[in-house]
Design a protein. Structure first.
Length: 234
């Protein structure tokens, strides 16, 4: 579904990504893990069109989307759930979700999509009329994921969905990601929680200082001594 080829990105004169290449297979869960500041969020923001690629190609469903505006990428089926949720705090939960369905590809199916996300996240149905800014951290993360799903994405990109969540809520979020994937949505996940990610994802890329240092299945990387020491505390 997605091919990233020799992608490099700069912040001004500072290079953040060096020659990044990876694929995301349709209906898979693919993950990028690494320490804070490794460049994980930079990859997602570049794929979403929020940052320009200095060089390289982003191929989505055989179309080069390098020059697509962010809203055109959403229209093509790419949706980003950003780090730290980024909800509209003074709108209700339902209004935040409806904004997610604003794009042309999803607008006609808003009610159907609402019913689906309320099935996935029953607590959001209870909180539908509540201001998003008053939700708990876990509820806000669920609302952010649900808003991303409202655009009917083919590829859902999640940036640090477990950030700041209690361990029990983190487990729930990872379980929900599996349910979303089982419904046919391809997922590209960026996470610092390497332990849970290696158990969830089919393909994992390890990013270190803007470069892909390792790749493999979750099971393969679980056995790597570097991963055990650097990320799993073993």
């Amino acid at each position: 579904m997605l091919r990233v080829e020799s992608l490099s990105v700069f912040y001004g004169r500072i290079q953040a990504l060096w020659d990044i290449s990876f694929n995301v297979e349709e209906k898979s869960i693919t993950a990028i893990v690494g320490s804070n500041g490794a460049g994980k969020s930079t990859i997602l923001n570049t794929l979403a069109g929020l940052l320009p690629a200095s060089s390289g190609s982003i191929i989505f469903e055989e179309n080069n989307v390098n020059h697509y505006a962010p809203y055109d990428r959403v229209e093509a089926g790419i949706s980003l759930v950003p780090e730290r949720r980024r909800l509209f705090p003074y709108l209700t939960t339902r209004e935040n979700l409806e904004i997610g369905a604003y794009v042309k590809r999803a607008r006609a199916d808003t009610q159907q999509s609402l019913e689906w996300v309320f099935q996935l996240f029953p607590i959001l149905k209870e909180r539908a009329k509540q201001l998003a800014g008053t939700l708990s951290g876990g509820e806000q993360q669920m609302a952010a994921i649900a808003r991303g799903l409202m655009s009917k994405p083919k590829l859902l990109m999640l940036d640090e969905p477990s950030l700041g969540l209690a361990p029990i809520i983190t487990l729930e979020v990872f379980k929900l990601m599996k349910e979303i994937n089982n419904a046919g949505v391809t997922i590209l996940l960026v996470e610092q929680n390497v332990h849970h990610t290696l158990r969830l994802a089919e393909r994992v890329f390890v990013l270190e200082t803007g470069r892909i240092a390792m790749e493999g299945t979750g099971d393969e990387l679980m056995k790597e001594e570097h991963i055990k020491r650097a990320y799993l505390g073993l």
